[in-house]
Design a protein around this ligand. Structure first.
Ligand code: MEV
Length: 330
């Protein structure tokens, strides 16, 4: 439960990072382990400022050019839903305030934009109302929104985004954190093609229902890859981690969640010196990640742009990126 003392302030902020899945998307929905890491430089940011009495809560999504009052927003509106869930959790009425949302994250691109937006709004609103929510509570609120919009989410997106640290995740179990022996560099490249998590997860489910045997072995192997990837990260064996990412991409492609555009980016990254590359998130469109030796990062970026990437980002995953939150935050 939120902490008891509550006093409204005049303004407050909340933010949350994007995420990438290193190993185990889709198979994680069916109980296999997966590994996800935060992308701390790409964030959703919410700012909330007191407004004239009687106005209610105004939600302004700057990047979407959308403004809506909480009172008028229809049921299921994603921004209004997380605001309503947060207010219900705190036991507070909507304040007279304006909540402004900015996000660096591309929408429907496998980088956790939806979860980051939910977590940023929940944090800003709670802080504005003078209330501290634990990381687990914020994650659980974001999960409820994910369920409305993504059907049958595993919970990995809201977990890694709320915790902002690398997680080894098994659906229904508390996330496990683990050590990173050697920092590693990822290049993230956006295909520019849409990736609807809801539609793609639903399609995989339909096909699996029709032909379970086609999915059983690949999903099991993906779980094994996630276990091995954790060991490779804990041991600092980055070439091995790259090979595991490559195998994970091949399995996802076999299950028809890759596409020619994603395969082209993956091939370009490998040819330019990446240890490994794969699609990340639900697939079909969205982003790929490439694990690269530092001296190959620029070369890989150029190769990805030449192969059609519409955006390229770099991020380093290291032990200290686990530091922002600690176990007491639970
Ligand atoms: C989406 O980021 C990852 C998927 O595995 C769906 C999920 O885990 O909810 C495709």
């Amino acid at each position: 439960m939120p902490s008891a003392h509550r006093s409204e302030v005049l303004s407050a902020t909340g933010s949350a990072p994007g995420k990438v899945i290193l190993c185990g998307e889709h198979s994680v929905v069916y109980g296999q382990p997966a590994i996800a890491v935060p992308v701390s430089d790409l964030r959703a940011q919410a700012q909330i400022t007191a407004d004239a009495p009687g106005r209610g809560l105004l939600l302004v999504a700057v990047d979407l050019g959308e403004t809506v009052t909480l009172r008028a927003a229809p049921a299921g509106h994603p921004l209004a839903t997380i605001a309503r869930l947060t207010l219900a959790e705190i036991g507070a009425a909507a304040p007279d305030a304006m909540l402004t949302l900015h996000s660096d994250l591309p929408i429907a691109a496998g980088l956790g934009s939806g979860a980051a937006v939910s977590v940023a709004i929940a944090r800003a609103l709670a802080a504005f109302l003078g209330c501290e929510l634990t990381v687990d509570t914020v994650s659980a609120l974001a999960y409820k929104v994910e369920k409305i919009h993504h059907g049958t989410p595993s919970g990995i997106d809201n977990t890694v985004v709320a915790w902002e640290r690398p997680v080894y995740f098994v659906k229904g179990s508390p996330p496990e954190v683990f050590s990173i022996a050697t920092p590693f560099h990822l290049v993230i490249a956006d295909s520019g093609l849409p990736s609807s998590t809801h539609a793609i997860v639903a399609r995989v489910r339909r096909r699996r229902d029709v032909d379970p045997s086609r999915f059983a072995a690949p999903f099991k192997r993906m779980g094994e890859l996630a276990r091995q990837a954790r060991i490779a990260i804990e041991g600092g064996d980055l070439p091995l981690l790259g090979a595991l990412l490559n195998e994970n991409h091949a399995l996802l492609a076999k299950l028809d969640v890759s596409s020619p555009g994603l395969d082209r980016l993956v091939a370009a990254a490998r040819a330019a010196g990446a240890w490994g590359a794969k699609l990340t998130g639900a697939g079909v469109g969205g982003n790929i990640i490439a694990l690269v030796p530092c001296d190959a990062a620029t070369r890989v970026e150029h190769a990805l742009r030449a192969a059609g990437a519409v955006h390229v980002w770099h991020t380093t995953i290291e032990e200290q990126s686990q530091g922002r939150l600690n176990a007491n935050d639970r």
